[in-house]
Design a binder for this molecule. Structure first.
Ligand SMILES: Cc1cc2nc3c(=O)[nH]c(=O)nc-3n(C[C@H](O)[C@H](O)[C@H](O)COP(=O)(O)OP(=O)(O)OC[C@H]3O[C@@H](n4cnc5c(N)ncnc54)[C@H](O)[C@@H]3O)c2cc1C
Length: 415
């Protein structure tokens, strides 16, 4: 009897989940491995941090996603290493032999070696960091409500988001709305005109260069309309928990820094002894295979591949998902003893929200901003969430918040 080939997939994020689904009907057995038992919808993490959604609404248990997929087994384990020569995945529980491997271990926050920021700042990477940010933000308002010194109160109500990419822009816009539309009603005795949201960006524009100039400018205008104070060419170099320092020596008294300015590969990827490209991402062949190890595919944030114009593919969920489908297809090709094919990214467009009724979009080559872009953003994010219940609850939540200027999760859950 023929042995059924074993596919090990590392990571139940955007890439891993998509790859596993696209191998459902293939004549293989799959082990999907993740150190967490849930898939996290990272694009909405900032909503957890700004008290808009609760963590369960943006996460879904992996076992529930694959309940009906008979050829898949989930293993909750931390992968410590991969022996590409011996075709083995090493975890704290056991080691697994594989015939094919799909590595989709994602990325983590890059503080660029600035320890004071790593220790005292907040990041937006997983549920615990987003909940910690929410607790901290809400605590600042409680502290400020008791504070009698105007200077100390102003520092408590100064919130600095660092990084003018989509996550920073979305966080700053949503935080300004939380303060001026919702918390202002919770603290009628406090003058929240004192509260400031500052967005600091080292470059001379917001949003990455893949966004056209008119959308970068529209983002700036929309954010300013939401009372976010945007500082361009402002490089943050340190933060001790009560004072933030810029490269030019300027300081801002604040207790809150939310760092969204950098991403680097997962620690597993960092330790693997294979050829790396910029950012420590693993260099892959156009077929997404690891050079020298054709049975190993690397996808998503962990992989470095350039498009036809020589530009590196971005660390985006859409890239990870398309690569996942492609890697699954190439494995099916190989099972039929046909050669794997090169990957080509189909750009579905760009979309980022700045807050209520405000977003920027480039779809089908057309750039636009405002209400229409925001409605598309809302619909797309509800559609992309995993699980009907999550979709329904998030939709009801957002509708409620929209009409009643509310925000559901204003809970401080840790002292
Ligand atoms: C705050 C935030 C907002 C974002 N917003 C957007 C957006 O709006 N649009 C967009 O397209 N992209 C967005 N992204 C980027 C997008 O989330 C990533 O590009 C995408 O998740 C990459 O998919 P992946 O499969 O490579 O990694 P991930 O989805 O990160 O999955 C990696 C998985 O690997 C697991 N893992 C890692 N190391 C190990 C190990 N050693 N052992 C076991 N398991 C391990 C992790 O637990 C995780 O589940 C955002 C990212 C963040 C952080």
């Amino acid at each position: 009897m023929n042995r059924i080939p074993h596919v090990a997939i590392i990571g139940a994020g955007f890439g891993g989940i998509e790859a596993a689904k696209h191998l459902a009907k293939a004549p293989v057995r799959i082990t999907l491995i993740d150190k967490r038992n849930y898939h996290l919808f990272q694009p909405l993490l900032y909503q957890v941090a700004i008290a808009g959604l609760s963590p369960v609404q943006i996460a879904h248990p992996v076992r529930a996603i694959f309940r009906r997929q008979r050829n898949l087994n989930f293993l909750m384990a931390d992968v410590s290493d991969i022996d590409f020569k011996a075709r083995k995945v090493l975890t704290e529980h056991k080691s697994l032999d594989y015939d094919y491997l799909i590595l989709s271990a994602g990325s983590r926050t890059n503080f660029f070696g600035m320890q004071s920021i790593e220790e005292n700042g907040h990041e937006m990477k997983d549920i615990s960091s987003a909940v910690a940010t929410r607790n901290h933000l809400l605590k600042m308002f409680e502290n400020a409500s008791r504070e009698t010194d105007a200077g100390a109160r102003r520092a408590m109500l100064t919130f600095v988001v660092v990084g003018g990419g989509p996550t920073g822009v979305e966080s700053a816009g949503a935080l300004a709305e939380l303060i001026h539309l919702v918390l202002t009603k919770d603290y009628p005795q406090m003058d929240l005109r004192d509260a400031r949201v500052i967005l600091a960006e080292a470059a001379n524009h917001l949003m990455p260069n893949v966004y056209p100039r008119n959308l970068q400018a529209a983002t700036l205008k929309l954010l300013r309309g939401k009372r976010v104070s945007v500082r361009l060419k402002a490089k943050v170099t340190g933060f001790d928990g009560s004072c933030l320092r810029f490269e030019d020596g300027e300081t801002i008294p604040t207790h809150t820094l939310i760092w969204t300015a950098g991403v680097r590969v997962a620690s597993l990827v960092e330790k693997l002894n294979v050829e790396k490209g910029p950012g420590g991402r693993i260099l892959v062949k156009p077929t997404l295979q690891l050079p020298g190890y054709p049975e190993a595919y690397v996808i998503g944030d962990a992989a470095y591949l350039e498009d036809e114009k020589g530009q590196p593919l971005s660390m985006l969920a859409t890239v990870a998902q398309q690569q996942a489908r492609h890697a699954a297809k190439n494995i099916r090709q190989e099972l039929r003893e046909q050669p794997p094919k090169p990957f080509a990214y189909k750009d579905p467009g760009l979309l980022a929200t700045i807050g209520r009724n405000a977003a920027v979009a480039r779809i089908g080559g057309v750039s636009f901003s405002g209400l229409l872009a925001w409605l598309i953003w809302v619909a797309l994010h509800i559609y992309r969430l995993i699980g009907f219940r999550n979709r329904l609850v998030v939709m009801l939540n957002w509708a409620w918040d929209y009409f009643f200027y509310d925000s559901q999760v204003r809970l401080i859950t840790k002292e």
